[in-house]
Design a protein around this ligand. Structure first.
Ligand code: FA5
Length: 337
């Protein structure tokens, strides 16, 4: 038995010298020390030895087992060290960094951030509202009761819960007054949803940026001054605009501010529906009923509001002739910004 053990030890240690990787190491561990390994089998035979032989041979067998296990552990550490070294060698920390491909801001976001800066400089705070809105804030609080024909002006996505996908950022007006009271200067950029047939200037999902100023003695002159500042901030130059009366139940009086179409220079195209003008900035003085819904006294406070078509403004700024490109997710389009 002594000779068999010595022979097995030598054979195993010889084989261990040829190990090149951790898989081979594991295979040899199983071959000699595994449950059915060669040494394990010999150990099982110890019980058949004569009683006086058992202690000596048992001790020797244990020494062989320990020697093999120790050698395998050493080899395992050696292999791990080699793996680490090869990674360290492959990474030369003195080399210059490789450029990482990054995304870029969506044109809508670029203009939204620019406008936020313009308005923050004018003392406006930036607020955001929910996309799923209650019927109350989207319509009723804005002086559009259930049976009012103005509800038909906006084709609405109704949810089975009775809520709506926000059709306009005006839905934030009363929420803001309730939360911040007066005086108040705030803008609410946000995504809007309408159940509309799409064309070059209409999408079912688009962005607006609402502005609201509530204080004492606010006039149309304040409104126009802010509108001019807004357009100057985006275009960096004077742009041709026209103002005409507009009807919205939540303002009185109400206006539409149209911008001369910058796609065709006012000659007429599919974006401006051949009129040379694009409806961009409806606005007006906040209706007393809306001020009341916001928890404020309309005898004391008044204000103006506007609902900028942010997506259309982006089109004008960058000369984009189809609104649908903006939500297309087409990288060839997006990479240009
Ligand atoms: C409104 O949504 C009012 N809440 C705006 C308002 C606010 C009026 C405050 C008075 C005071 P209107 O439905 O016209 O109004 O939409 C406002 C702007 O959003 C439009 O001028 C247009 O630029 C843009 N818009 C409307 N529908 C779409 C659409 N389907 N696709 C892209 N832009 C749209």
């Amino acid at each position: 038995m002594d000779k068999i053990l010595e022979k097995l030890k030598k054979q195993a240690l010889d084989e261990f010298t040829k190990i090149k990787n951790s898989q081979e190491l594991e295979d040899l561990r199983i071959k000699y020390l595994g449950r059915n390994g060669e040494l394990t089998k010999l150990l099982k035979e110890l019980k058949d030895l004569a009683e006086e032989e058992k202690p000596r041979v048992g001790k020797l067998a244990n020494e062989v087992k320990l020697a093999l296990a120790e050698k395998l552990d050493d080899l395992s550490l050696h292999l791990q060290g080699k793996a680490k070294n090869s990674i360290a060698q492959a990474t030369d920390l003195t080399l210059p960094g490789q450029p990482v491909k990054t995304g870029s801001l969506h044109p809508n976001t670029i203009i939204q951030y620019e406008l936020e800066d313009v308005f923050k400089a004018l003392g406006f705070r930036v607020l955001e509202g929910p996309d799923i809105e209650s019927e109350y804030y989207n319509f009723e609080a804005l002086n559009i009761p259930d049976d009012h024909p103005a509800r038909d002006m906006q084709d609405t996505f109704w949810l089975t819960s009775g809520e709506v996908l926000k059709t306009h950022t005006s839905a934030m007006q009363v929420r803001a007054m309730e939360k911040y009271g007066a005086p108040l200067r705030a803008i609410f950029p946000g995504r809007c949803f309408r159940y509309e047939a799409t064309d070059a200037s209409h999408d079912s999902t688009f962005y607006q940026l609402e502005g609201l100023m509530i204080d004492q003695n606010i006039s149309i002159a304040n409104l126009i001054a802010v509108m001019k500042e807004l357009l100057k901030g985006v275009f960096g130059k004077e742009v041709k605009v026209r103002q005409r009366p507009g009807y919205f139940p939540f303002v009185e009086p109400g206006f539409e501010l149209d911008i001369n179409c910058l796609i065709c220079g006012g000659k007429g195209c599919s974006v401006c529906k051949q009129t040379g003008w694009l409806e961009l900035l409806p606005c007006g003085l906040v209706h007393p009923n809306v001020i009341k819904a916001g928890g404020l006294d309309p005898e004391k406070y008044n204000g103006f509001a506007f609902g900028l078509g942010l997506t259309r403004l982006v089109m004008m700024k960058y000369g984009i002739d189809d609104i649908r490109l903006l939500q297309s997710g087409d990288l060839r389009f997006l990479k240009q910004f």
